[in-house]
Design a protein around this ligand. Structure first.
Ligand SMILES: O=C(O)C1=C[C@@H](OP(=O)(O)O)[C@@H](O)[C@H](O)C1
Ligand SMILES: C=C(OP(=O)(O)O)C(=O)O
Length: 445
């Protein structure tokens, strides 16, 4: 078990003056995990810049090292991975401890599942609750064996990878980039074509990176919103430089803070605008948020832009279920924006929120109630009745970084201060959150 269960760090946010200034949030977490993993699976030296140095990603760096790569930190966000190439993994000496990270653990299960190595995956109390059958099922079809697992397919899990991985055609049971990526990563060491079909398109960073490192990937539309992705197995992956853009899921916190704190005017620099990640921006614009997209450009194979955000009178809306994959991690902070929007906001189709770092549907509802905001869960939908935000309570974070940051943002504009019971997990995805928010003028401490 990792050190995450250490002493809780309560934090309080208070209403203050307007937020202003420019900031760049750290590198994208999804791309950071993947850059290290592709570094491991490539021949040669992968140079990474802008890597997110959050705890989740550092756990992936440790695992990549344990599987045989040389991983070096050269400076802030600058890392170098000397890979072993597909087929070149070694058996790790100890347990692979992924801490709080669903992405790191699940993607690495895919890597191990396609290789003749055996590894034990574990993590903190939150990760131990998360469902892993969704990853193990396709890997078993590809020839991997689950040697041991905790009840219900949970960590700790010992996985023996396939001696000779079998390529499969797999339709994911839920829109999940983690399931898709695990199958494709296992498919890298399988002869022939591995196909993943998803009914709703999930983030495509794995597909983009496969191509960037030299693999052949074919992507076709599937149904109204889905995709069919085919990878040609056993390519020669060659080390390529990776430039990690700023994480839109982290940018979401200062963005919503600027919308709800009266008089605010900020610029978020170089935010990744991959269309499979920008559902929150679309939704906030529908809520009449004043967001101007400036200087759209390309950085490291992804579209990025600067976002100017000014305080806005938000209005409530209905968010359709099919938008969920493009803003899946942003619902907690969207619920905070909804608390400040006049009227009833309905967010549909949020069943996947129940299996994140916490049950986010329930954690958001409970946190809003603690802040004096009327919120309700109806089936898989979340309903927030916004307008007045009294604050003055404590939100329970359940080892969930996004719950912690969301309710701290809420407290920047509520009538009374808002507390979170533990801010320690913020370091998993956005270790500089508190100092960057201070830089804008926010009162969090
Ligand atoms: O592939 C990824 O990098 C991620 C996929 C999403 O999870 P699911 O695949 O479970 O939806 C997301 O919630 C997570 O933060 C990052
Ligand atoms: C769901 C998340 O991450 P993971 O699945 O990697 O733990 C998240 O960062 O919101």
């Amino acid at each position: 078990m990792s050190s995450h269960s250490a002493i809780p760090q309560p934090l309080t946010a208070r209403r203050g003056g307007r937020l202003s200034g420019r900031l760049r949030v750290p590198g994208d977490k999804s791309i950071s995990h993947r850059s290290l993993i592709f570094g491991l699976l490539s021949a040669g030296e992968t140079a990474i810049s802008g890597l997110l140095e959050g705890e989740d990603v550092l756990r992936t760096a440790d695992a990549v090292r344990a599987l045989g790569a040389a991983v070096e930190r050269l400076g802030e966000g600058r890392w170098r991975v000397r890979g072993v190439g597909i087929g070149g993994l070694s058996n790790p000496a100890g347990v692979l401890d992924f801490g709080n990270a669903g992405t790191g653990s699940r993607l690495m299960m895919g890597v191990v599942g396609g290789h003749p190595v055996t590894a034990t995956f574990d993590g903190d109390a939150s990760l131990r609750k998360r469902p892993m059958r969704r990853i193990l099922d396709p890997l078993v079809m590809m020839g991997a064996r689950v040697l041991s697992e905790a009840e219900g397919g949970r960590c700790p899990i010992t996985l023996e990878g396939a001696r000779e991985a079998v390529p499969i055609v797999y339709e994911t049971p839920v829109a999940s980039a983690q399931i898709k990526s695990a199958v494709l990563l296992a498919g890298l060491n399988a002869p022939g074509r591995t196909t993943v079909i998803e009914a709703e398109a999930s983030r495509d960073h794995t597909e983009r990176m496969l191509r960037h490192f030299g693999a052949e990937v074919n992507i076709e539309p599937h149904g109204a919103h889905g995709r069919r992705i085919t990878l040609v197995g056993q390519p020669e992956l060659t080390a390529r430089p990776v430039v990690v853009p700023a994480d839109p899921s982290s940018a979401a916190f200062p963005l919503v803070a600027a919308l709800i704190v009266p008089g605010s005017d900020i610029v978020l620099e170089g935010v990744m605008m991959n269309p499979l990640r920008t559902g929150l921006i679309t939704t906030l614009m529908e809520m009449e948020a004043d967001i101007t997209v400036l200087d759209r450009r390309e950085e490291g194979g992804e579209e990025v832009a600067d976002l100017r955000v000014r305080a806005s009178a938000l209005r409530s809306i209905e968010v359709p279920a099919e938008r969920a994959p493009s803003m899946i991690d942003e619902y907690p902070i969207l619920a905070v924006a909804a608390a400040y929007a006049e009227g009833e906001t309905v967010m549909r189709g949020l069943q996947e929120l129940r299996v994140k770092e916490s049950d986010r549907l329930e954690a958001v509802r409970a946190g809003l109630l603690a802040a004096g905001v009327d919120a309700e869960i109806s089936g898989d939908d979340l309903i927030v009745r916004g307008g007045r935000v009294p604050g003055g309570g404590t939100a329970a974070t359940h080892l969930d970084h996004r719950i912690a940051m969301s309710f701290l943002v809420l407290g920047l504009a509520s009538e009374k201060p808002m507390q979170v019971d533990d801010g320690a997990m913020i370091a998993t995805s956005f270790p500089t959150f508190v100092p960057l928010m201070h830089g804008l003028g926010a009162d969090i401490g």
